[in-house]
Design a protein around this ligand. Structure first.
Ligand code: FMN
Length: 380
């Protein structure tokens, strides 16, 4: 008999955690932490609204692991033990509602903004990189690299201590780890630059450090660029090589994204087509799935319908589906789909939600009629 429940609404598993459906809220900067990077009631309410909206796994917006890595105002930090008690309370509330939550760990590298990091020198993988757009760059010394590897590990340990179900390494979109991976930004001539084996060293050290800090039964996943979609950037063959290295070390899942911010074909695209073209990195997700065997693959980027999401799973093109903008527009989208209303997400992919976040009151949808007018919509 044909299964009538769409595959995307069926339970799944990442590492040791059971997830009630295959829908993941892709990491999305919320713009709701304090100026000092502390968690707030509004941030908690936003995550609660997603859990009540029946998202299987919520991944937080990127959290800086070191003060030098801040890229965006009102971004959450996980750079200090002082963050743990507040986050513990939030995780308890999320778990009481039956939700699962992962924290995305990040460092901006070249993307860090001087006004947010106290005008400290911006950490660049190498100053020879073509992206010399900030006057305050300095090539990182080996000592500084070690310090940041350590910071990622400490941050992962704090996230576990606070009660998060997993951590995700932000290794794509042109942030620090991605800057190491990309030949365009990594012009180093030491053991962190050159061939992909060297460019991947920072990520692999970060992964091992995190594993050492959280133990082998705590899931670590990564968001990685299939390609930088940029001449001279990371290409898919190298990205698959990196993914295989992570697989052999025990990575629990890989979210396949692509592009770098500011480039023509970035990670957050407006040209999200109709059903046929939906999912602008789904061909790559399929490629990763074919090459990586048992590692769960998360498809992301422009997926808007339950049919497309389920068909990607049914065709063995992915194991999970991550959405960002549709959950800003409709935090209850998964609940709606579970309830039998399978109409397309109302998100029009205009990305104006991001600019709204810069105003200081959090991201919100301004593009779709009948969409979520603000974040604090908690349907109990
Ligand atoms: C407002 C906003 C904030 C975002 N913040 C993050 C982030 O913190 N970390 C990340 O990896 N991606 C971030 N993204 C990218 C999304 O996770 C996702 O990869 C991208 O938007 C494509 O998915 P979508 O078409 O479902 O929106 C953000 C996107 C938006 C619109």
């Amino acid at each position: 008999m044909k299964n009538t429940i769409p595959s995307v609404l069926m339970p799944g598993q990442i590492g040791s955690i059971e997830i009630k459906n295959r829908l993941i809220r892709s990491a999305t900067w919320e713009g709701l932490a304090t100026k000092e990077g502390r968690c707030t009631e509004a941030l908690c309410r936003l995550w609660e609204s997603l859990v009540l909206g029946e998202v299987g796994l919520v991944i937080t917006g990127f959290c800086y692991v070191h003060p030098s890595g801040k890229t965006t105002p009102y971004m959450l930090g996980i750079d200090s033990d002082e963050q743990i008690p507040g986050l513990q309370e939030i995780c308890k509330r999320i778990h009481r509602l039956g939700g699962k939550i992962g924290m995305q760990l990040s460092h901006g590298g070249l993307y860090a903004r001087p006004e947010l990091i106290g005008n400290e020198t911006i950490k660049a993988v190498s100053v020879e990189s073509r992206q010399k757009r900030r006057k305050l760059q300095a090539s990182m010394s080996i000592e500084e690299i070690r310090e940041l590897v350590h910071s990622f590990g400490q941050a992962a340990g704090r996230a576990k201590h606070a009660g998060f179900d997993l951590v995700q390494l932000q290794a794509g979109h042109g942030y620090l780890i991605s800057q190491f991976l990309s030949p365009q930004t990594n012009r180093r001539t030491d053991r962190y630059g050159g061939e992909i084996q060297n460019r991947a060293r920072f990520l692999l050290e970060v992964y091992e450090e995190c594993k050492g800090c959280v133990g082998s039964d705590f899931p670590i996943i990564a968001k990685i660029n299939c390609s930088d979609c940029l001449a001279g950037g990371l290409e898919v063959e190298d990205s698959i090589w990196v993914a295989n290295e992570l697989r052999s070390r025990g990575i629990d899942a890989l979210e396949v994204s692509g592009g770098v911010h500011g480039a023509e074909n970035g990670p957050i695209r407006k040209d999200v087509g109709k059903e046929k073209e939906e999912g602008y990195f789904s061909t790559h997700a399929r490629m990763f799935k074919d090459k990586l065997g048992t590692v769960p693959i998360v498809a992301v980027g422009g997926i808007r319908t339950i049919e497309r999401a389920s068909s990607l799973l049914d065709a063995n093109g992915a194991d999970f589906i991550a959405l960002s903008r549709p959950f800003i527009c409709e935090p209850s989208l998964a609940k709606r789909w579970h309830g039998g209303d399978h109409t397309r997400s109302k998100c029009v992919s205009c990305s104006r939600c991001f600019m709204e976040g810069l105003k200081g009151a959090g991201i919100r949808c301004v593009g779709a009629s009948g969409a979520n007018p603000g974040l604090i919509v908690v349907e109990k």
